[in-house]
Design a protein around this ligand. Structure first.
Ligand code: ZN
Length: 287
């Protein structure tokens, strides 16, 4: 087929713009009703957008990752890939699932503002790491630790101890393992569990008063981010996952993830693998 270069270029720009709109709107749920191919296509589209946004960035690759970063992080960037490979191996071991073999896009933004802009976020959201559509986006520790750029070893130590790489990588594993069919609390609980195993990092616990009034899990499914006490939402998710892994073992969890991958509803897949209704589990959950 013959096509003029300009018109092809225009088509690509339009495609990228349409996808950029999706980024601003959030995940388009209608694509997930069909799942499978639509989901993969959407994910590839997000990669295209990310590639376009970071076209002036430096690039480094390893067996399983492609890292994009700015010159301001050129001392730190080469250290990140071996760490990411090590974490990938550890996440696989802890969860007992394998990551598909493609290079995972990893972006190291120099500050939070640029990370937020990559999603069209307005600035009231704050994050030093985000998993999004098969990509991992991190903020350089230069932006969130007190160490200066000259002190690479201190920055590096902070990044390893407090950086969200293990956490975001776990989100990627869960998303891939279930083809995007999972409740938010499950992936947040698993991400915290794995992160603690690998780096020892844990979030601050909510107050005793907060713990006495946990959120219904149904609210964590429908509106995780809008719960007023985010520490409570994250903490509850971790407790539920800890309970599932420590009381029932890893095989049931991998069974649950496998059924979610087939497109089963969460409550059905939960009952099939754990032999009880989720409502019973929630009721008996000890905090
Ligand atoms: Zn998370």
């Amino acid at each position: 087929m013959f096509m003029r270069a300009d018109s092809l270029k225009l088509k690509i720009i339009n495609f990228v713009l349409i996808l950029a709109l999706f980024v601003n709107w959030g995940r388009p749920d209608f694509l997930f009703s069909g799942r499978g191919i639509a989901y993969k296509l959407w994910q590839r589209g997000m990669w295209l957008v990310l590639n376009y946004q970071t076209k002036t960035y430096e690039t480094l690759t390893s067996t399983n990752f492609i890292l994009k970063y700015t010159q301001a992080d050129q001392e730190l960037a080469p250290l990140i890939l071996p760490l990411a490979e090590d974490y990938l191996f550890k996440v696989e071991k802890i969860l007992g699932i394998k990551q598909k073999k493609y290079r995972i896009p990893l972006v190291l933004y120099h500050d939070e503002e640029t990370l937020n802009k990559s999603f069209g976020w307005s600035g009231d959201k704050s994050a030093v790491g985000v998993y999004w559509a098969g990509t991992i986006r991190l903020v350089s520790p230069q932006a969130w630790s007190e160490h200066l750029v000259e002190n690479t070893s201190a920055l590096w130590a902070t990044f390893q101890r407090e950086g969200p790489l293990a956490h975001e990588l776990t989100h990627l594993f869960i998303d891939e393992a279930t083809k995007g069919n999972y409740p938010r609390w499950l992936t947040e609980g698993l991400a915290q569990y794995v992160e603690e195993e690998i780096t020892g990092f844990i979030l601050s616990e909510p107050s005793v008063e907060s713990k006495a009034h946990p959120y219904p899990f149904a609210s964590l499914v429908s509106d995780f981010d809008r719960q007023p006490d985010q520490f409570l939402a994250y903490w509850q998710s971790l407790q539920a996952v800890r309970n599932l892994l420590e009381e029932y073992g890893r095989e049931r969890l991998t069974g649950l993830l496998a059924e979610l991958r087939q497109g089963k509803g969460f409550y059905q897949a939960f009952a099939n693998n754990y032999g009880l209704n989720f409502a019973e589990f929630e009721q008996n959950l000890k905090y």
